[in-house]
Design a binder for this molecule. Sequence first.
Ligand code: PMP
Length: 443
Amino acid sequence: DFYIRRLYLRIQDCFGRPIASAPDAWFDVVERYSNDNNKTLKVFGVLWITLIKCLLCRRTSKKSRCLNLGSYNYLGFAASDEYCTPRVIESLKRFSPSTCSTRVDGGNTTIHKELEECVANFVGKPAAIVFGMGYVTNSAILPVLIGKGGLIISDSLNHNSIVNGARGSGATIRVFQHNTPSHLEKVLREQIAEGQPRTRRPWKKIIVIVEGIYSMEGELCKLPEIVVICKKYRAYVYLDEAHSIGAVGKTGRGVCELLGVDTADVDIMMGTFTKSFGSCGGYIAGSKELVEYLKYTCPAHLYATSISPPAAQQIISSIKVILGEDGTSRGAQKLARIGENSNFFRSELQKMGFEVLGDNDSPVMPIMLYNPAKIPAFSRECLKKNVAVVTVAFPATPLLLARARICISASHSKEDLLRALEVISEVGDLLHLTIPPVLTIGS
Ligand code: PMP
C-alpha cells in the first residue's frame, strides 16, 4: 500500500493533474496491484518510482535552462560574482543573516553605517538612510515628509509604493500627465493660485514626485525641465531611481548623471537595491538635516528590523565593483555593456516592426500587446522556446494597454540577445504583433 501510494503521488506530480486523468497504462498497474501485497508489487513500485523520478528530473532541469528577460538584474550582480559573493559569505559568518533588532536598538552594525556612507557618496548627496525594503522606503517616508496642509504632485504613472505613501501622508494629492513638464507647470500654477481649499493659505510644502526610469514604460524622466519648473515654483523634487540608479549614466549614477542634472537640484533621492545591485532594500539620500530628521522620526527606521547584513554587504561590494574599487574595470565594462545591449535590442525590435515603448539607454523595453487575450499566449509561447518574459497588464497598466516587458542585463551575451530576438520574432508573427510594412498604391 505504501508503494502504491507513492506511485500515485509520483504519477500525479509527473502529469501535474489528478491520477484519474493519467494515461490508462499507469492506471491499469495501480488497479491491478492495489490489493496485492506481495514482493513483486514492491519491486514493481520501486521501478516505476525510479522511472518517474528520472522523468521529473529531466522536466525540471529542462525548465531551469531559460534565458531570463524578465528580472531587473541590470548589471548581472544577482548571479554569483567573483568580488561580491565571497564578501557576502564572509559577512554572513561575521554578522549572521539578520540583526533581529531595529537600528535604534541592537541592529546598527558597522556594516549599516558603511552602507549609508557608501550610498550617499555614490548618489552624490551628503547623507543617506537605508531601509530593508524598497517598497517601504516610499510608502513609509512620504507620510513623514509631508502631511495635512501639504501638496503632493505626482506623475500619473508613478509606482504603487509612491501612490500608497502619498495617500498615507494625508497631504492633498494632484496628478500631472505622465512625464509632461508643461502639464506639471499648469497644475503647479493652478494649485498655488488656489492655496489650501479651506483657508486659501499657500501650501505648507509642495513635493513633486517623479521616477528616473518608468518601470512600465521604459521612459527616462524629463528631469532637466522638471527641475527648472520646481525651482520656479519652490517645490521640492522627489526622485525615485529604482530602475535608473546603477543602470544608466557613465559611472552608473543614474538619470542625473545621464541627463546632466546637478544632484543638488534634486532634494530627495530615493532608490532601491533590488535591481542593479542584486540585493534588497531601499535608500533615501539628501541633506544631512533631512536624513537626521528621518532617523529620529520615520517609523520604518525606528520600529523595523535593520536590513540584513549580507544584503548590505552585497550592495557595498557591487558599488565598489561599479566604481572600479575592486581593482578591475569590470564595473565600467558592465555599464558599457548594458547600454550597448539595451540600444541594440530596442533597435532590432523596432526594425522587426514591434511597437516598443521607452527611450534609448533604458534597459526596460515594453512591447505592446494591447489585447488582454495575448498576454498569456505571449509568455507561454516564449517559454516553450526557453525564453522567460514577463507580461504586465491591468491594474499595473490600463486595461487595454497590456504589454510584455523585457528587461535587458549587462550579463546577456550577444548570442543570448540574438536568440531572444529570434524567439520574439516567431512569437510576434504567431500573435500578429508586428506592424506590416506599408503597402504603396500599385504594389
Ligand atoms: N519604486 C519603483 C519605481 C519600483 O518599480 C519598485 C518595484 N519594482 C519599487 C519602488 C519597490 O522596490 P522593491 O521591489 O525593491 O521593494
